[in-house]
Design a protein around this ligand. Sequence first.
Ligand SMILES: [Zn+2]
Length: 224
Amino acid sequence: MNWKGHITLGIIMGLPFISAPEQIFLLVAGALYPDLDHDVKSEIVQRGLYISGGLILVSILAYLFRPEYFNVGFFIAAILSSLIYVIPYYAEHRGITHTFFSLGVMSIILGYLTFKLSIISPIMASLIALIMVTNNNLLGKSIAISVFAWVLYSMISTSFTTFQGLKFYIIPIAIGYLSHIVGDCITPMGCKALYPSNYTFRKKEGFFGVAIWALLVFYVVKLV
Ligand SMILES: [Zn+2]
């Protein structure tokens, strides 16, 4: 499935789980992240590695030479952001980033970092999460689609869920991520979502994923 398909499916599957416009950026970020393992996305991964590597270096230098400026929280955030890129850097296409394991780990890491940044502004933080997984071309298009989707969604003028705090950030990323795995499962190549097991998920499992999503919607959404 290509990026347009992933963004569209991510937004459709994610809408019942969000309550604020900026969360659409998180759905899209989750839906786009797994394909960072693709060669054409290597510029995004390299940029991320340079920036997060630079932040780690600054942190280590501060620790060694100016301990009064060293901040443990900043250091941990720098390490976590490097993980976001180290994993797709070493991954084969449709390898580890297309698994439930990675879905859990990456949604928590990216959600946590966004949550930390949200102290400044939730909208900016969510936008930064999207910037982290896109290049210029993809970023402009995904923002345009996100805004369009929100305009449509706002016509319903009700939110089905109201997740607070960390969940506000982690859940949309995880649902976007799930939509990516489901979307790739139903393509002929399928994907090995149960790593380290070699079992390949295909159409049947893809529809099973949609059923799980429907159950989640049923249980989590408070129809108000
Ligand atoms: Zn994919």
